[in-house]
Every structure is written in C-alpha cells, then in structure tokens.
Design a protein around this ligand. Structure first.
Ligand code: 6R9
Length: 647
C-alpha cells in the first residue's frame, strides 16, 4: 500500500489517519484544539463534553453548553467598548451608502428581534429570507439567531418555484423579502416573485417587506407588513437568551446529485467556533485594524460564514456591497477597495477570470496598496488566475489563500495560512493542507489512502465542529449521500476528487458526481434535466458541465424533442432553444440557464438505460469521443455528431 503524506504539516495536529484506523472516532488532540477555540466565544454556560460522537454521523459539539450567537457577534463587542467601531461599510448599487457601527447593529438587531417576537414567533420556528445584499439581510439573520429561529436564506436570483419548494420543505412561518432589487443599474421587482412563491405555501403566516426600490407592489392585508412600519417602531433593546450549543442556527439548501435541493442543517456552538477560528487565521484578521471584504452573496454558505457569522464574531469591519462587479463600470471593486482601504479580500475564481478579461490596466488605475491577504473560494483556482490575482491585486507580495470547503462543512477545511506563508511557500492552484484541528485524506475506491503523486476521493476522517448536523427532514438521505460510500471506514465523502503532489500538498480536482460548478454555484445536472423535461416540447434531456474559460463550468444540455415539437424545430432550431433556455431560468433561476442546448435525435445510453454523460461531455468540450463500447446502440454518437455538424 502506498504511503500517505506525512502528518506534521499542520502545527503538530494529527491529520490523515493511518490505513485501517476505525475512524469516526474523535481524536483527543483535535477535540482539545477546538475546545481552546470555543473558549474565545462568550458562553452563558460551559459545555459538559467537547464532542459527543456516540450517535455518529450526528455530532454533538459542546453539549450542555449554552450561548447566544447574535450576542457573540454583536452585543459582546459593544459591551467591551467597541460600539463605535464600524461593523459594515455598506455600498448600494446605485451609489447610496450606509455606515453601521456595532452599536447601530445592536440596535437594529434588537428592533428586528422585537418585531419577530411581536409576530408570535418562538424558538425553533423557521424563517425564510430572500433579500438583496442590503443591511436588513444581516439584521434579519442576526435577529433570527438571537431568538433561536433557524433561518433559511434563499438567493435573490432564485425563481419563485425554487423559493416555494424551500419554504415548503422547511415549513417556514415568516418570509422576509423586499419590494425589489437593483440589478445592473435597474430596479427589478422582487415581491411579485415572492407573492407567486407564497401563493401556495400554507405555513407562511406573514411576509415582512423591506422597501428598497420603491416600486409598486401588490399587498395582502393581514399577511404583508412593511419593515419600516413594523421594525422601526420597536424598542431598540432586547435581552438575548442563551440556547443550547446544538440549537439549529440555519438551514441552507444546496444542490445534490439527485433532483431536489438538500436543506443542510447547521447548529450554533460548533459552527460559530469554526467560523470565527477560520476567519481569524486564514485572513490573519486583526480587529479594529483590518477592513475586510467578502464578495459573496448572503444566499450562499460563503455569505453566511464569511460575511455574517465569522467576521462579526471576530469584530471585523467589513464592506457589504449590493451590486454586480461591473455596474456601473468594470473597476467597481477596485474603486471600493481604494475607497475603504480594504486589506483582506475574499472572492471567487470566476470573478478573477472576469477581471483578467477586462484587462490588467484596470486594477492598475486604483490604489490597492492596502490589500494584504487575498482569498479564493468556490472552485479550483487555476494557477494562471492565482498568479494574476496576486500580481495585479496583491502587488506580487500578498499571500493568496485558496480555501476549500462546502455548504456541508460550514467553514473552511483546507487552506494555507498566511502566517505560515514564509515558512511554507504557497503554491498557485493548491489548497495545500487541512487546517489545524481538521483531518482529511485522499482515498481510492476501497477507501485506502493514496500516496504522493496519486489522486482519489477527498474524505474527511474526523468530525469537525462546523459539520452539518443532517439534511432537514431526511435522515436517510444524509446517511446515504455522505456516509454510505466509505461506511466501513466511517469517512465523510465530500464528492470532490483530489490529488497529493510530491510534497504531500493537496490539489482539489473538482466534483466526481453529477454536480456542476458554474461561477462557484452548485447546480445539479438532475435539477436542470427535470426543469427541461417539464417543458411540453421536451421528451428527454441530459445535462453536462462543459469547461468554460470564465465560469469554470458551463451548462450544456442535450434534448430530445417530442414528436410535434420536432416538427417545428426543422424550420428553425432557435424556435425551440430560446424558450427552453428561458424556461430553465424561470424554473430554477438565471444562473441555471444553459449556455447551449443541443437538439439531438437520441441520447447515448448504456444497456441498463443510464445516460452516458461522459460521452456528452466530450461533445460539449469539443473533444474526441471516448469509448462507446458500453453503449446499447453504438451508432447514437455518430448520429448526434452528424446532426450537430448539419445544424
Ligand atoms: C464554499 C462553497 C462546494 C463545492 C466543493 C468543491 C467546490 C469550493 C473550492 C472548491 C476547489 C476550492 N469548491 N471551494 N474546489 N478548490 N478552493 O463553495 O460551498 O457552494 O457548497 O460548493 O465547491 O467542488 O465540493 P458550496
């Protein structure tokens, strides 16, 4: 058996377990490490046990302990005399701004919490939030956390159908939304969509609406409430109550290999501990000195952990930006970095590749000298983009930290640390090693560790504090998705491929399942396929992720039309394809719109009827078609290619 990489890379804390180790057993060195980190938070009552893994894979971290997450993120800093420190420099897309200090934040969160109480919500009730990147989004999340109301934030770009299914799955009682949002310089309605979503969600009792654009909205008396009427009228004090360390903090839906999105459940004490620890060390964050900007949307896990919970727990001063990076011009991010003196900047490879496209003279026009750590997340960062990022934003001197993690892991797991960058040189394109306290391994099909220079599946072989506590309402799917593949070893299966290089550093290789990664957004092939076959002209659909220079992957769909639609298609292919793309955008959201839809006579299938996506990927990537011998009908690929050549 090959030799796994050495374990001394992460500050003396054990990582990859030796082969055959019956894992899922807590490692005392790791749990002791996390206990030390948890002590940096404010606990109303200390925990009795750091980790209870007796009901694995359902972890309990810090059980018996009680804390209030919002108190830790807000009140604690005000109580320590930092009320006047800026928590958020908010930049609206149209150019309006707002400065929110920690004292302001406490007042806003208290008002919001009092408003939610006035609606009769009690701890454990779920609240859905679909909002643009405005301060109220943060107030709403923290007010929920303060009251023990698990929030379910739904990305602002998601369709009414996507919002409806998320509300229904979590049985949310309240929806917090806005009249509209600014997108690329125009005000677009939002409440129209949320009204459509809530037309058929009996659990929703109220809809709380922030006035953002001032557009006309339809109003349901008794159900709908204006934020500025309800929240602004409340008292700005509220006594926070402590909750159990394992009290649910939020549910966040993410794409899996099968159709419906999974509601990933996160709880309080362990999540906040790892969120704070990772934000502090990965960015070498210094409270009061640094200005930090994470460019994610709060609708994604990165927004939850690295805009809201981690930075606020660490008393960060952050930039919060509402808009798109090229509105009103392509230098917008650089302008904001210069304006606020941003020192820590965290973004996604897809944006870096857009910057590269827009030209290197653009960042050169701004003063970016305050930047001292650059972060990357969401997909593998190609070495070329890494180097460009460091050169043009980081003056060729700042560390670039490539952070690997998932909605499920709750916080970063694998990343270099800038404090160690002198001793351990950074490698463009490699996330390098698990963080202190974290253990990971790369294994083969049989769950055996691979050696240096080899690749396999990335697994996490010890429990970690921010790990998901399940899939909302679906224990079986939780066990099946993450814990069945390497059940014997007790490993968590991440769904990513990875490789150890000759130095034992980790390189992430992308998904090994049917999940695509488009601009850092997870979209399952099954989700897009089911949207396509829901359209009356489509008989069958297969979707693959094709390589794309900007977005990492792009969605390419192959559809077989129904008989009558085939007839229309013959006249002009665009008749069918245009509406189909629009249909997918309406069903899921604009991010899921296929880059390309190819109409084909048949799909390539194995004898057992499985679609051979591998072959379709070859077509989508313009590669030579691979082995077709397992196809039920080997001529299918020829007719697909012939059809595409004719078309
Ligand atoms: C945080 C986040 C998770 C999936 C993950 C992997 C990919 C994220 C990465 C990366 C290579 C990195 N991914 N960061 N791949 N290097 N630094 O993105 O969560 O939306 O759940 O996506 O994203 O494939 O499995 P999520």
């Amino acid at each position: 058996m090959s030799v796994p990489p050495p374990t001394e890379q992460t500050a003396g804390i054990a990582q990859s377990g030796p082969a055959g180790d019956p894992l899922a057993q807590p490692d005392p060195a790791l749990t002791a490490f996390w206990a030390g980190q948890a002590r940096q938070l404010h606990w109303e009552r200390p925990w009795a046990e750091v980790l209870d893994w007796s009901d694995a894979p359902f972890a309990q971290w810090f059980s018996g302990g009680r804390l209030n997450v919002a108190y830790n993120c807000v009140d604690r800093h005000v109580a320590a005399g930092h009320g006047e420190q800026v928590a958020f420099h908010w930049e609206g897309e149209p150019g309006d701004t707002r400065t929110i200090t920690y004292a302001d934040l406490r007042r806003e969160v208290c008002r919001t919490a009092n408003a939610l109480l006035s609606l009769g919500l009690t701890a454990g009730d779920r609240v859905a939030i679909q909002l643009p990147m405005i301060p109220e989004a943060v107030f709403a999340m923290l007010a929920c956390a303060r009251l023990g109301l698990p929030h379910s934030v739904v990305f602002g770009g998601f369709s009414p159908a996507a919002l409806r299914s998320r509300i229904a799955d979590a049985e949310a009682k309240l929806l917090i939304t806005a009249d509209g949002q600014y997108r690329r310089g125009t005000a677009v309605p939002m409440k129209d969509g949320t009204d459509e979503a809530t037309a058929d969600t009996p659990s929703i009792e109220h809809v709380l609406v922030v006035r953002r654009t001032g557009g006309e909205v339809a109003w349901t008396e008794g159900r709908d409430l204006w934020w500025h009427e309800l929240v602004d009228a409340q008292s700005d004090t509220h006594e926070a109550e402590a909750f159990d360390a394992e009290h649910p903090l939020f549910i966040l839906y993410t794409s899996g290999t099968t159709g419906s999105p999974k509601g990933i459940l996160h709880t309080s004490g362990g999540y906040l501990t790892q969120a704070a620890y990772t934000h502090r060390t990965i960015f070498d964050h210094r409270p009061g000195d640094d200005v930090y900007w994470c460019t994610a949307d709060i609708g994604w896990i990165t927004g939850h952990t690295y805009i809201v919970y981690g930075p606020l727990a660490n008393r960060a001063t952050s930039v919060l930006y509402e808009g798109t990076p090229n509105t009103p011009h392509e230098g917008r991010h650089f302008e904001i970095i210069q304006k606020y003196g941003v020192s820590l900047y965290y973004t996604a490879p897809t944006l870096i590749r857009s910057f590269m496209k827009w030209g290197e003279e653009l960042p050169g026009r701004y003063d970016l000298s305050t930047l001292r750590v650059l972060g990357s997340v969401g997909e593998p960062i190609n070495p070329e983009a890494w180097r460009w990022y460091r050169k043009h934003l980081g003056a060729d001197r700042t560390p670039v930290v490539d952070t690997w993690w998932q909605t499920e892991t709750g916080a970063v797991m694998i990343s270099p640390l800038p404090a160690e960058a002198d001793a351990k040189p950074l490698k463009p394109g490699s996330a390098q090693a698990p963080l202190p306290g974290i253990s990971a391994a790369v294994v083969n099909d049989r769950g055996e560790p691979v050696g240096r220079g080899e690749s396999g599946y990335l697994v996490l072989d010890r429990p970690w504090p921010a790990m998901l506590r399940g899939i909302w309402g679906d224990e079986e799917r939780f066990r099946e998705t993450y814990w069945s593949r390497f059940a014997r070893q007790g490993y968590y299966f991440a769904g990513d491929g990875a490789r150890y290089d000759e130095d034992g550093d980790l390189w992430l290789l992308g998904r090994v399942d049917d999940v695509m990664n488009v601009s850092g957004h997870r979209i399952s092939t099954a989700e897009v396929e089911s949207a396509l076959v829901a359209h009356p002209s489509v008989a069958e659909a297969a979707v693959v992720g094709a390589a794309d220079a900007t977005t990492g992957q792009a969605i390419v769909a192959f559809v077989v039309l129904r008989g009558d639609a085939q007839h229309d298609e013959r006249d002009d292919g665009t008749d069918v394809v245009g509406p189909l793309r629009a249909h997918v955008a309406a069903e899921i959201g604009p991010i899921a719109k296929p880059r390309q839809i190819m109409v084909v006579p048949e799909l390539p299938k194995t004898r057992s009827g499985k679609i051979m996506r591998r072959l379709l990927r070859d077509v989508a990537d313009n590669r030579e078609i691979g082995d077709v011998t397992t196809l039920a009908d080997a001529s299918v690929m020829a007719s697909i290619q012939q059809g595409l050549a004719d078309g």
